[in-house]
Design a protein around this ligand. Sequence first.
Ligand SMILES: Cc1cc2nc3c(=O)[nH]c(=O)nc-3n(C[C@H](O)[C@H](O)[C@H](O)COP(=O)(O)O)c2cc1C
Length: 204
Amino acid sequence: MPLDHDAANAADAVLSGLRPYPVAITTKAGEKLGGLISLSAGSGSVLHEAPRVQISLAKRNLTHDLVRESGVFAMHLLADGDAETRAKSFAIIRGLGGRSGRDYDKIAEFDTKPGVTGSPILLDALSYVEGKIVFELDIEESHLFIADVVAAERLQRRPRLTIGSAWADLGADWTAEYERNLIHEFNAARVQRGLPEQLPATPQ
Ligand SMILES: Cc1cc2nc3c(=O)[nH]c(=O)nc-3n(C[C@H](O)[C@H](O)[C@H](O)COP(=O)(O)O)c2cc1C
């Protein structure tokens, strides 16, 4: 149910920023590799010895289709640190989070190794888990996936990159392109939720 303007702002103040770590999700379905950036990932179990990971992927995204087809994915945290480390993390965010891989191979530009699930592991990431999906929930605009963790590795000993620290350095051009794409992503979600599409704000 849509909220009025003030209530929507109050809800945003409660809900936004709850998951500050951008993650790179990759998968392999048949011969097709794919991946995207997400802020919606989290732990999916309280059990230390039998961990689960949860992710939410918008139906509009190619990676959503590939993950549903393969039933597996790798979820990477990104590294903070010196300028070179941050530049590699920003390359992952720009390469996977800005544009759909429907018409080109997004993964080709990165150094990878195959994980135990076949998902490409990004070697410049901080760490990763690989998951095999055990539950999937249709939430209209997205699917929520819960997966058993079947492999995990720390690739570097550094701090985790937060999205707050990344935004300023991702560059105005990339951020503007991302925000233009977001308009289409939000409208696709509105259609899937049975809500009217919205036009982008007219520049002043
Ligand atoms: C910071 C950030 C957070 C994002 N969070 C999500 C998310 O939680 N779920 C999702 O499906 N897409 C998310 N996206 C959008 C996808 O990464 C983006 O649409 C991507 O280009 C999809 O690529 P694909 O069509 O190749 O899968 C996010 C992007 C960024 C930059």
